[in-house]
Design a protein around this ligand. Sequence first.
Ligand code: SF4
Length: 218
Amino acid sequence: MVGARGCPYDCSFCGAAVSANPDVTIRTRDPANIIAEMEELHALHDVTAFRFLDDLFLGHERFIRRCMAAFAEVGVGSRYVWDATGRINLLARADYALLDALAGNGCREVALGIESGSERMHGCLGKRVRPALTRDMVRRLTSRGIDVKGYFILGLPTEMPAELETTVRHVHELWDLTENAPGSFRASVFEFRPYPDNPEWHTLVELARAQHERILGW
Ligand code: SF4
C-alpha cells in the first residue's frame, strides 16, 4: 500500500530525494481512507498483513499521531499487522508512548535507512543520522517489540575500505544489541548505484566531465 507520497529530505544517493523530484508534491492520505483500503483488501482477498511502500511513511509526527489515533479507534492492531518505512532522526523524537502506539496498532517492522557505519560517510550523504543515534533508535524500537530492517549501502563514492569495514561492524553491533530484545534487527544491503538527477548523480557527472576535459587538455 501507499500511504504518503514524496520525501522532504535530500539524501545524496536517493532516487526519491526532493531535489530529484521537484514535480512531486508531498502528500499524505487521510487515515480513514487508508483504513478503508485495508478493510477492502481484507474483505476481497483475506489480507491481514500490509506493507507501506512509501518513500517515507512514518515521516511526520503529526501524521503518525493522526494515523495511530484512527487505527486505534477501529482496532487495526487487533486484526492486522503492517510494515512501514521510517527515518531515524524523526522517530528519535518519538516518546515511548508513541512507539507503544505503533506496536499496539499492528506495526510489525520499521525499515530505516542506516546506510553506513562511518560518520564521515553520513556527513557526505546528508542523512542527519549518526551511529550513536541509530543504536539508540534500534534499541528503543526493538525494546517495544517492533522489528527493524536496516538498509545499508556499500561502495559509496569516496568510501574507503576501512569505512566499508566500519559499516559491516555496525551491522554486527546492531545484531548483538538486539539479540535478546522482543523485536529483531535485520540488515538489507545494497551496492551503490547512482540514480539520475539525485545529488550524487550530479557530482559524478561533474567529476566525469572534469576528468574528460583534463584528458583532452581543454
Ligand atoms: S533515503 Fe529516505 S529520507 Fe532520504 S531522500 Fe530517500 S526517501 Fe527521503
